[in-house]
Write a protein that binds this ligand. Sequence first.
Ligand code: ADP
Ligand code: ADP
Length: 228
Amino acid sequence: MIRFEHVTKRYPDGTTAVDDLSFEVAEGELVTLVGPSGCGKTTTMKMVNRLIEPTSGRILLQDEDISDVDAVELRRRIGYVIQQVGLFPHKTVLENTATVPHLLGWKRGKGRDRAAELLDLVGLDPSVYGDRYPDQLSGGQRQRVGVARALAADPPVLLMDEPFGAVDPVVREHLQNEFLRLQAAVRKTVLFVTHDIEEAVRLGDRIAVYGEGRIEQYDAPAAVLGTP
Ligand code: ADP
Ligand code: ADP
């Protein structure tokens, strides 16, 4: 589903953030990228949705070189959730969730129905929260809206960059459990960045353990932990 072939990213200041990276993520697989800050996880993710261009190498999405896919189509295929999701402050939760369907030109009613369905899936009752504004939500609730928004156009791929990193531990565990339930239902191909090994083990079908600019180990959680 996603394949990195000898991908290197060197920033203009000479920093090599990602060095000759090759790996593959299967359809419906949830891969966690784990490692200390600065080892190239975010750079890896941002190259998938072309927020960053690789210096060399190529990335295939559904067997297609992503540099041949136009930006709108890429948005349809890839949902993106970051640590502090940027919701539009003057739009309601429902409108925020329908952002991508709106960009894609769906009919308003269809976009809103879809948004309501997704809010329900992430545990936010649309009849209670749909008409609220982002500043009327808790941090955890805003992250849920971010997840719902990323899934609204039903993309096959989901990129999550420390989506639960800024909420307190109790809420984080709650969000992790909900996300596992959600993933069991929707089966997206997911790249999930975290610096928390426990989170990586809990969520990942496979774990990519990063060292400086490279993946040092790529295996199932039990193998990474060295347990049978
Ligand atoms: P991580 O997500 O694992 O924390 P990043 O991919 O953000 O790592 O960063 C990898 C390396 O690239 C770090 O050394 C970081 O300082 C550097 N880096 C990230 N973005 C830029 C940039 N825009 N310009 C120069 N160096 C950068
Ligand atoms: P914001 O910056 O407030 O998050 P955007 O218009 O950038 O608003 O994002 C709106 C929606 O588009 C979000 O669902 C986000 O997940 C998605 N999105 C933004 N950038 C990308 C991208 N490069 N690839 C895929 N989806 C994206």
